[in-house]
Design a protein around this ligand. Structure first.
Ligand code: NAP
Length: 319
């Protein structure tokens, strides 16, 4: 009996130590010391989670950081925290709701008018397993925010990116893209019964295909693009993944979150893809834990990447 108690308490101790020190010793952190003085970076959805940690890191390195957020009050709180911590006052909030073409266009107009440079664009904003909803323009919300909004934004900023080459676009995605399928007959999920998980997976696959097709079109202009899976990260994004029962809230949720990365650790792979020199010729690749990783077979389908691009141009009225 005593032995069982010893084993159990040793196990619990080891588990506790793993949770406490995992971010420091177990997780992969980016060690690059690049400075970003004179560089301008845009990060969408940077008022919380991974985006906020990327903004903090870029500010620490001296960049001008434009936080592109839909909620300006939340953005200003995050910006003030970052300025206080880094002493970099060159951090600003611009309104940008990725669920609205009108808002994306006003953001781009303001940015292109007021800002001289754009060296790094991080397409980070995202939602997961959201109940059925459409964007202001009638797109299924996952497709609209995670993919189409960023597709339009990137295209509206491309001239500035090309002018500042070598420049980079980092697209957040997820390992969940591997279960995704682009349903060209019903991209907007209006014909079939809505399934939030399926909608999320399709949008994350669209982000990987976008990264690939972007490289085919723009790498010769010195703008490179990378798709990033940040890992399983504790953040607001999982708000719809766990139901509201007492068991989920008090046992399952906290237990699962103990195994997740912090937002700071989740940001490392994004920072690596935005800065590391060794991958400057690796346009279009997919990264996980600071290492190139194999995306799904669907994500390597160049014909689908082109077809999706053409549809996205029409839907976002880019052309
Ligand atoms: N966390 C994970 O385990 C995980 C795994 C794989 C991939 N990812 C990807 O990582 C990215 C960041 O996620 P996170 O974990 O840091 O989540 P998060 O903390 O929930 O951050 C998401 C950000 O996106 C913003 N956003 C949502 N809808 C928006 C819209 N319509 N317009 C503009 N901004 C909007 C949110 O703004 P509000 O505060 O206004 O809502 C928030 O700032 C996402 O793209 C996600 O797909 C995350």
């Amino acid at each position: 009996m005593k032995t069982v108690a010893y084993v159990l308490s040793a196990g619990a101790g080891a588990f506790g130590a793993l949770i406490l020190y995992r971010d420091k010793y177990v997780s992969v952190n980016y060690k690059g010391t690049e400075q970003l003085l004179g560089k301008t970076c845009v990060i969408t959805g940077s008022n919380s989670g991974i985006g906020k940690e990327v903004a903090r890191d870029f500010a620490q390195r001296g960049a001008r950081v434009v936080m592109a957020c839909r909620d300006i009050k939340k953005c200003e709180l995050a910006r003030d925290e970052i300025i206080n911590e880094t002493n970099n006052t060159n951090v600003v909030c611009y309104e940008c709701d990725l669920a609205s073409i009108e808002s994306i266009k006003s953001f781009a107009l303001r940015f292109n008018t007021e800002e001289k440079y754009l060296h790094i664009l991080v397409n980070n904003a995202g939602i997961m397993w959201h109940p059925q909803k459409l964007t202001k323009d009638g797109f299924e919300l996952h497709l609209g925010v995670n993919y189409l909004g960023h597709f339009l934004l990137t295209n509206l900023l491309i001239d500035k990116l090309a002018k500042c080459s070598p420049s980079r676009v980092v697209n957040l995605t997820s390992a969940a893209h591997k279960r995704g399928v682009i349903d060209f007959d019903d991209l907007n999920m209006s014909k079939k019964v809505y399934n939030a998980k399926y909608a999320y997976e399709q949008s994350e696959l669209a982000r990987v295909l976008f990264t690939r097709e972007f490289c085919r079109r723009f790498s010769d202009k010195g703008v490179t693009s990378y798709a990033v899976h940040p890992g399983i990260v504790r953040s607001n994004i999982s708000q719809y993944t766990i139901d509201n029962s007492i068991i989920s809230g008090t046992i399952i949720g906290p237990f699962m979150s103990a195994f997740m990365k912090s937002s700071k650790t989740g940001a490392q792979n994004v920072i690596y893809c935005a800065l590391d020199k060794s991958i400057e010729n690796e346009c279009g690749k997919y990264y996980s834990d600071l290492t190139e990783s194999k995306p799904s077979k669907e994500a390597l389908n160049d014909a689908n990447a082109k077809r999706l691009w053409a549809i996205s141009e029409r839907w976002t009225r880019l052309k």
